[in-house]
Design a protein. Structure first.
Length: 216
């Protein structure tokens, strides 16, 4: 246990939670913010690392779900787990309850390491469902697009069929609910150049937020 006291939250750089449905463009937007100089924390990447071979979440997953969900090299068996939680809501909840505190802890570590950046974008697909993450951020930024765009983009990128993608969308937080939580919205139905323009405009606002919060 570290005896170092938590830094005063008001001295933290502004932290903006970036969320959005599957394939809406979260990772693309996060990359654009990073190119402009923002600090970026990606909770999907953190979750992936936690569940890799010998990842910090593996012992708890083994305890909760058994050896059948761990590959021979000691990673989460993603296909087995996907099949399980697709049909078993309680298992999905159990996995989330196990992973979320670890993801949150690792996010806090990365936030502290990124305090040199003017502000931090933290990508949290499940932000609407996660009170702990909503408490961590000062603003919520939603990337939004038409469901047809989501379907087309995810199908182009993966082996999923249209029905599968629409089923995933149907299980996520409804679009209207996500938008009602957002302080800022990026509309991603046009070109990547248009997207970059929206990101640049927000970057300028977010970079100025720092001085307000720091009282500078
Ligand atoms: N405006 C756009 N025009 C064309 N292609 C786009 C646009 N925005 C995103 N894409 C493409 O759509 C796909 C999905 O985008 P991205 O990976 O950024 O979404 P995501 O929200 O991170 O998805 P996931 O929920 O799976 O993490 C990517 O292949 C990306 O290159
Ligand atoms: Mg992504």
């Amino acid at each position: 246990m570290s005896l170092v006291t938590e830094p005063d939250p008001h001295r933290h750089k502004p932290c903006i939670g970036l969320t959005g449905g599957i394939g809406c463009g979260k990772s693309t937007v996060a990359r654009m913010f990073a190119e402009l100089g923002a600090g970026v924390v990606d909770t999907d990447a953190i979750a992936h690392r936690l569940t890799q071979a010998d990842g910090a979440a593996i012992p708890a997953i083994r305890d909760a779900f058994g050896d059948g969900y761990i590959t021979t090299d000691g990673a989460l068996d993603r296909k087995q787990m996907r099949d399980l939680i697709f049909s078993d809501a309680r298992a999905k909840l159990r996995l989330e309850q196990l992973l979320h505190p670890l993801i949150l802890e690792q996010s806090r570590v990365q936030l502290r390491q990124l305090q040199g950046a003017p502000y931090i974008i933290i990508v949290v697909p499940l932000l609407p469902e996660s009170p702990a993450f909503r408490k961590l951020v000062q603003r919520i930024l939603a990337v939004d697009c038409e469901p047809d765009s989501q379907v087309a983009r995810v199908m182009r990128r993966s082996s999923l069929g249209e029905t599968e993608v629409r089923n995933i969308i149907a299980r996520q937080t409804p679009r209207a609910e996500r938008l009602s939580l957002a302080d800022d919205i990026i509309h991603n139905d046009a070109s990547l150049a248009d997207l970059a323009g929206q990101v640049t405009a927000l970057h300028q606002r977010y970079a100025r937020m720092q001085t307000t919060i720091d009282g500078g």
